[in-house]
Design a protein. Structure first.
Ligand SMILES: NC(=O)c1ccc[n+]([C@@H]2O[C@H](COP(=O)([O-])OP(=O)(O)OC[C@H]3O[C@@H](n4cnc5c(N)ncnc54)[C@H](OP(=O)(O)O)[C@@H]3O)[C@@H](O)[C@H]2O)c1
Length: 252
C-alpha cells in the first residue's frame, strides 16, 4: 500500500492531542502543535512530544490536515476564520465531545443537534469526526498491528469520502481498525453515552454498536456515568471507565 505522509497541525496538546502527536510522528508524519501556553512552555511540550511548536495561526498553515482537540466549549472562541479560510482540500478533524458538566449547557446541543454538526457550524467548514470515542488511556496503550486478533476499532464520520479516507489512514497508522460511521449527521451514534462510545470494540462489534444506538438516549446515559464518576474518591482507571461505559452504555 502506498503511504502518503502528511503535514499535520494539532490544536490542543492534552490527553488526546499529545498522544496523537506522538503516534503520528512515530508513523512518519510531520506534526506541529499548539496550546494556550507561552512560547517557552509550548516549545518544551512540543519537544517532549517530538513535534514542532507553532502559534495558533501557524499551526493550520501549510498542512494537509488539522486536528481540533480542545474542550468543546472553547471551539466557538477560536479566532473567526481560522479554519474556515483554509483551502478546501485541508481536512479538519474534530475529536471533541459535549459534556455539559465541563462545557456548560449549550442550547442547540441540549435540543438534540448532533455535536459535530454544531462544531462544523462554529468552525464554518466541513469536518470529519474521529478519535472522539476512544479513551485517552486506550489511545496510549491500546494500539496493535493490523490483523491482530481483537484489534480495537475507532469509527469515523463525515460527508466527504476522500477526507474521511485520509483520517481513516491515520487511525490505522496509529494502531486501530476503522469503521465508517456514515455522514456527520450520523455521528450522534458515537457520542457519549452510546454503545459505541469508549467501549473498546473490534470493527464488527463497533459496527453493531453504532447500529444499536437509540436516538436521544446518549445524553441520559452520559449523565448517569458522570454522576457515578463524581462519587469516586480516586480518578477512574481505564478498566473502571470501560466497565461503566459497557454496563450503562451498552446495557451489558
Ligand atoms: N480525554 C479523553 O479520554 C478523550 C477521549 C476522546 C475525546 N476527547 C475529547 O477531545 C477533546 C480534547 O480532550 P483532552 O482530554 O485531550 O483535553 P485536555 O486534556 O483538557 O486538553 C485540552 C487541550 O486544549 C488546549 N486548548 C484549550 N483552549 C485552547 C485554545 N484556545 N487554543 C489552543 N489550545 C487550546 C489546552 O491547552 P493547554 O495545554 O495550554 O491548557 C490543552 O492542551 C475534548 O473535546 C474531549 O472531550 C477526550
Amino acid at each position: 500500500m502506498l503511504i502518503l505522509f502528511m503535514n499535520i497541525g494539532i490544536i490542543g496538546t492534552g490527553s488526546i492531542g499529545a498522544t496523537l502527536a506522538q503516534k503520528l510522528m512515530a508513523a512518519g508524519h510531520q506534526v506541529k502543535v499548539t496550546n494556550t501556553r507561552q512560547p517557552a512552555e509550548l516549545a518544551q511540550k512540543a519537544k517532549e512530544l517530538g513535534a514542532s511548536p507553532a502559534t495558533l495561526q501557524d499551526v493550520v498553515q501549510d498542512v494537509d490536515l488539522v486536528f481540533v482537540s480542545i474542550p468543546l466549549h472553547v471551539i466557538p472562541k477560536l479566532p473567526a476564520g481560522l479554519l474556515r479560510d483554509l483551502p478546501t482540500e485541508v481536512v479538519v478533524a474534530d475529536t471533541s465531545n459535549y459534556y455539559p458538566q465541563r462545557d456548560g449547557k449549550i442550547d442547540a446541543l441540549e435540543n438534540g443537534q448532533v455535536e459535530s454538526v454544531w462544531v462544523a457550524e462554529q468552525l464554518g467548514r466541513p469536518i470529519i469526526k474521529a478519535y472522539n470515542n476512544i479513551l485517552s488511556q486506550t489511545l496510549v496503550a491500546g494500539s496493535t498491528a493490523p490483523g491482530t486478533s481483537g484489534r480495537i476499532a475507532i469509527s469515523v464520520a463525515g460527508d466527504d469520502a476522500q477526507a474521511k479516507q485520509r483520517v481513516a489512514e491515520l487511525i490505522s497508522a496509529t494502531g486501530f481498525d476503522v469503521v465508517d460511521a456514515g455522514s456527520l449527521a450520523d455521528s450522534w451514534r458515537q457520542q457519549p453515552g452510546t454503545p459505541a462510545y469508549c467501549t473498546e470494540l473490534t470493527a464488527p462489534e463497533l459496527t453493531q454498536a453504532l447500529a444499536a444506538a437509540v436516538p436521544g438516549k446518549g445524553p441520559q446515559v452520559r449523565d448517569q456515568i458522570m454522576a457515578q464518576l463524581t462519587q469516586r474518591n480516586m480518578p477512574p482507571t481505564r478498566d473502571d471507565l470501560l466497565v461503566l461505559n459497557r454496563s450503562l452504555g451498552m446495557g451489558v
